[in-house]
Design a protein around this ligand. Structure first.
Ligand code: B3K
Ligand code: ZN
Length: 895
């Protein structure tokens, strides 16, 4: 289990310039095989070329091709079959390589250029890892990023090897009428025995991770798009036939994305077709294969009865994300996998900008920061902390992390903040002009930003080198006589595993100053904090001590420490001109109250009553919700939503999840009690029976209404049950139905089980709706949640083979029901470790991700710390029986 290091990057000794593939899906020749079973033969013809200038090895070195779970049937060089006596090639079982040595020298007259053909047998039907070529439902599909192509054929499976691909697929026509691959369709035709074929050609050289192939019997919707230069692109989205009525939103989102990338970045689509295929079994959200995206159904299918507002928003975002990859990822790709954030951080930033433009920028920013704080801050504070450009990995799939993606996007956002929109665009233009068609590095991106703007980004490199979340401390002082306000900003980043000390980062801190009357005295300005500590002076500040509004829009991925009284926070909640910071003030006000209550409860005491300032501040938000003149109710809803438990846990020196849960419930109940009539008024005013529309106004209305409902259900009494049960019965869209069910599921009495049964029946087997049904129960705040989850693992609809279903139940429980996962008796830990072991045998990527639920064990109070550690030890003890993916996570967690 050798890790790979970023520092060991060398160019390959050989390039592959042309890759011709033949896929033959045929009946399984094994007489014992079940009826209808198939195997696939893949014949690959590669034009191999010696890397003349950059290849690290002298002479004619060995060619070592990656391969995993392949059965080699035939191999030829320049059309000549190679002998199988070990003299011409070598198959190394332990390292999964096909090695060609002396053969090359002879075949290429000492030049190193030749044609290699292999024919392998693969078994998509028993590929439960969902990497490589596999079956989902009745369709065959592929997932190659990061290193799945080697499970299809022997190859130089690394992103800097870019080839032109031609693909021919042959299959039984009746069962698999649809045959797709990347690029343009060149030919189709009939074959003997009811079989047919299709041939595809992708004119753009690409790395193997962007390859895709699909064969199935699917339905679709078709549309078209005229690009800014006037070319027509055929757009088609495929799904199982019964889901074709849920594709329209994805199509609309795709067309919006195409327009937006032209408008904002001048980037145009480059092929004549753009295909998207939705499959039910998928490890991640979606995949940006050139011209043929493959999506998890959860990120495509939507209709009001089956998808929530959040689903609609997420679909729009992910469709855009994969589309934007066509430039940031495909046209310009990564030199090696350590550079993953080059394409992912950049593309997440681009999809965030897009969603901001489609709806409300402030709402989008709040949603993104909530996720970053909950997930990425946690990752950064544990043993798996890594820089956005990691230094080593064992299994690349373990590095598709919140740090690489979401913090990576924050780093891109900081360029944007430091350069402004126009400067950032100049940098992007230069990046694409310099690197179109090549595989590059994060340093190349940074250089483009610097060179296009004449700006020094050398210190900025530390964001790529150092792990951990910086803590920025702010202290202000006002000199009334001089009318001068001085702001001292200091930064410190705690050591992380393997990186005990850190150098100061280059941090953009956007600030404004407000007068006591709410007027903006100093408008938003970006301070550049580069030293450990710096003081910034603001002159001519009139009207007494101002209230600073710091880190506006969350201008850097840091934790801000600043003394703010409840009064200042209430003031900012009401008056800050920066919408994000109005929300931020509400969160800080709530956090302070929750953490104080938690401390009291953990010490066996009773929490103090809520400060009247806090109650009044929340009352004002509720009152604003009654205003019908265009207020953004999503913003209000988020201001009313208390910070989530994972974020709050990260604020505690010693993590006490159950006390925290109780502290948070205490604050929520207190607010609900103090403002019951106000919550009820808003709830009733917004509880309208109107047609379902996915507009920011309507989403905001539902969001605010449902937040009120959740407050009104915190006191677990008969009134709450009646309210939630009625909301559930009256719901006419999934958003309202799931919001009501989520409340009901944590309340006592038989109503919840009745509602769950109705929900289950109404789902009529729809997999995405059933996922919600499982999640709601895993997230419930009930004394017997763990027993219910146990029982659900034996439910006929539960499956370890479907990642969505598995995560809906087990992932939700382990990552989002902290009080139950971390329950005193340790049963939550045992259950999750059991599940890691069970799923690891089928799907290591899914298992490894779940195992991450234990990684912060050192930060918990003693009892839990020991119990979590013993589950990690138990996983470690499996030894060779553990997948490399899970081994990497478990062993790192123990560091
Ligand atoms: N690039 C893919 C992720 C592939 C994950 C491989 N384990 C999706 C995306 O970020 O767009
Ligand atoms: Zn991506």
């Amino acid at each position: 289990l050798q890790p790979k290091y970023r520092s060991s990057y060398r160019q390959p000794d050989y390039w592959i310039r042309h890759t011709d593939l033949l896929f033959q899906i045929v009946p399984d020749p094994d007489p014992e095989a079940p009826a209808g079973a198939t195997v696939t033969y893949v014949t690959s013809t590669l034009t191999v070329e010696r890397n003349a200038d950059g290849g690290p090895s002298p002479g004619i070195p060995n060619l070592e091709l990656d391969g995993e779970e392949l059965t080699l049937m035939e191999i030829t060089v320049n059309g000549q079959p190679l002998p199988w006596d070990g003299s011409a090639f070598l198959l190394t079982a332990e390292s999964d390589l096909l090695v060609l040595g002396k053969t090359i020298e002879a075949a290429s007259a000492g030049k190193g250029d030749f044609t290699l053909q292999t024919r392998v047998l693969i078994r998509p039907e028993s590929n439960f890892e969902l990497s490589g070529f596999y079956k989902s439902g009745s369709a065959y599909c592929s997932q190659c990023e990061a290193e799945g192509f080697r499970r299809i054929t022997y190859y130089l499976d690394r992103p800097d090897v870019m080839a032109r691909f031609k693909v021919r697929i042959e299959a039984e026509k009746a069962k698999l009428p649809l045959l797709l691959s990347n690029g343009n369709k060149m030919a189709t035709g009939e074959l003997d025995g009811g079989r047919h074929f299709a041939e595809w050609e992708d004119p753009f050289p690409k790395p193997s991770y962007l390859f895709a192939v699909v064969a199935g019997d699917l339905g679709s919707i078709v549309d078209s798009y005229k690009t800014m230069s006037g070319r027509d692109v055929r757009l088609e989205i495929f799904s199982e036939h019964e889901n074709v009525d849920k594709l329209e939103h994805a199509m609309t989102s795709l067309k919006k994305s195409m327009r937006w990338d032209e408008d904002v970045y001048g980037l145009e689509y480059d092929l004549d077709v753009y295909n998207i295929v939705a499959v039910n079994d998928f490890n991640m959200g979606a995949m940006e294969n050139k011209g043929l995206n493959v999506f998890n159904t959860a990120f495509v299918l939507a209709k009001p009865e089956t998808a929530t507002d959040t689903d609609y928003e997420r679909i729009e975002g992910v469709i855009a994300h994969e589309y934007f990859h066509n430039w940031s990822g495909n046209r310009v790709t990564c030199q090696d996998w350590f550079q993953l954030t080059l394409k992912e951080g950049l593309t997440v930033f681009r999809d965030q900008q897009f969603s901001a433009d489609m709806g409300s920028a402030a709402v989008k920013r709040i949603e993104d920061v909530r996720v970053l704080r909950a997930r990425q801050f946690a990752e950064d504070s544990g043993p798996r902390a890594h820089a956005i450009r990691p230094e080593s990995y064992m299994k690349m799939d373990n590095f598709y992390t919140s740090t690489v993606y979401e913090k990576g996007a924050e780093v891109i956002r900081m360029y944007h903040t430091l350069l402004g929109a126009a400067g950032f665009r100049k940098g992007m233009d230069l990046y694409f002009a310099r690197h179109d068609g090549s595989a590059v590095t994060c340093d190349d991106f940074r250089a483009a930003m610097a060179d296009a703007n004449g700006k020094d980004f050398s210190q900025f490199e530390r964001w790529y080198l150092q792990a951990g979340t910086p803590v920025v401390t702010a202290k202000g002082a006002y000199d009334a006589a001089q009318k001068r306000y001085s702001l001292t900003l200091s930064q410190h980043t705690a050591g992380t595993v393997g990186q005990p000390s850190k150098l100061p980062f280059h941090i953009p801190v956007r600030v404004g100053l407000l007068g006591k009357d709410g007027r903006e005295l100093v408008p938003s300005t970006v301070l550049e904090l580069k030293e450990a500590s710096q003081t910034f002076e603001f002159e001519n500040v009139e009207g007494g001590t101002p209230v600073p509004s710091l880190l506006r829009g969350f201008s850097a991925p840091v934790r801000l420490k600043v003394e703010q009284s409840d009064e200042d926070l209430a003031f900012l909640m009401a008056h800050d001109t920066d919408s994000f910071n109005r929300w931020e003030a509400s969160q800080k006000l709530a956090s302070q109250a929750i953490l104080a209550a938690t401390e009291a409860l953990a010490g066996g005491g009773t929490p103090a009553p809520l400060a009247p300032t806090t109650v009044d501040a929340f009352r004002a938000v509720l009152k604003a919700g009654l205003d019908d003149t265009g207020v953004d109710r999503s913003l209000l809803a988020y201001a009313l939503s208390l910070p989530d438990e994972l974020t709050l846990l990260g604020e505690m020196d010693v993590m006490r999840p159950v006390a925290l849960h109780e502290g948070r419930e205490h604050v929520k109940k207190s607010l609900a009690a103090a403002l019951k009539p106000e919550f009820m008024d808003v709830y009733q005013a917004l509880d309208k029976d109107v047609p379902y529309l996915v507009t920011p106004q309507e989403i905001g209305r539902r969001r605010m209404k449902n937040v009120c409902l959740s407050y009104l259900c915190t006191e677990k009494d008969a009134g709450a049950v009646a309210l939630a049960a009625s909301a559930f019965q009256r719901a006419t869209c999934m958003t309202d139905s799931i919001a009501a069910l989520a409340c009901l599921a944590s309340l006592p009495g038989p109503e919840k089980d009745e509602a769950l049964e109705i929900f289950y029946t109404n789902a009529k087997g729809d997999p995405l709706v059933l996922n919600k049904w499982f999640s709601i129960q895993a997230l419930a705040d009930l004394p017997d949640t763990i027993d219910r989850v146990h029982a659900l693992t034996r439910h006929p609809d539960f499956s370890m083979k479907n990642p969505n279903r598995f995560r809906a139940l087990i992932g939700a429980f382990a990552n989002s029901n902290l009080a139950r996962f971390h329950a005193e008796d340790g049963r939550g830990y045992v259950l999750v470790a059991d599940m890691v072991l069970a799923v690891d045998k089928l799907n290591p990527q899914v298992a490894a991700r779940l195992a991450g639920a234990f990684s912060l064990w050192r930060k918990f109070e003693n009892t839990r710390r020991n119990m979590m550690k013993s589950q990690l030890d138990r996983l470690m003890a499996v030894g060779d029986g553990l997948s490399r993916d899970t081994f990497e996570i478990v062993s790192q967690s123990l560091l």
